[in-house]
Design a protein around this ligand. Sequence first.
Ligand SMILES: [Zn+2]
Ligand SMILES: [Zn+2]
Length: 341
Amino acid sequence: MRPSFLPRLINGPFNDPGLYISFLFQKHALIFDLGDINGLPVKDLLKISHAFVTHTHMDHFIGFDHLLRVMLGREKNLSFFGPQGFLKNVEGKLAGYTWNLVDNYNYPLCLQITEVGPDFTLARSYRCRDRFEPLHEAVRKPFDGVLHEEPAFRISAVILDHKIPCLGLSVKERFHVNIIKEGLNHLGLEPGPWLTQFKQALYNHTDPATKFEVQSPERQTIKQFPLGKLAEQIAQITPGQKITYITDVMYSDSNMKKIVEFAADSDHLFIEAAFMEKDREIAAEKCHLTARQAGEIAARATVRQFSLFHFSPRYSEQESLLYREASEAYKSELYTKQRKE
Ligand SMILES: [Zn+2]
Ligand SMILES: [Zn+2]
């Protein structure tokens, strides 16, 4: 299966956490956490439409300013999501700058900020043109675990404990459309941007009788097919891709239960592993996981692949020990789990 989401950690494991998720063949991306994001090229930052902040400790939020700076003066709508207190945090940041010259920009740049409480969300909008004064009172909506939904995917959150509320995040494709190469060959079609539109039509439940146009790469020829007939020949539907991101959580029964359930069957789990098991008391004190705990969670949630990040600087030059510890815990936990089943 060729994945639709292309997630990558923004920094090395000793630097600020953050996951950049781009979409195959699309100028569209999401970001989980806004720590130091200076390593991301401007062209990648400009693709971001939605930013999700797990909590507002500095190493997860200092990049807000940088992202805003890059977006200023653009024709953009940007949505931000964060935990309880997030509206106040963002308003504090916006209040930290002087906005008297923003009338010169041609575009308004709109920010939609949502904070996530235990069972409701509060959302408020701000416009650069209005010097980021709030446009209205916060709008309250019930929260059922879903933060954002599009026809092709949804983004969910779970509220975890880091002595403060901290969001676990996941992005899940509704279903995955695999393109069958032989089918394309058989119809004399070549892959191109039209495939993105084709997939979009399937996600949008477009009537199968609709005529769908396929342009050749040089736009010399246009072929038409009923959407349903084309789908029968070139598409195979499989379960959607799931990416989960867990960071800054204490090792407690309640957190573990929530994480394992939330991350279940992820194709790729990105999980913090700040400490080694020998330092688990420090990990507990600082409300972080050990590499061993991270590996066990990955196995219990039956994820296909996992990546570690957010290592404590005390292990610099020893990162292989953290990877090894997590991988051994993963294998042994998986073995125990399979024997029980
Ligand atoms: Zn952190
Ligand atoms: Zn933290």
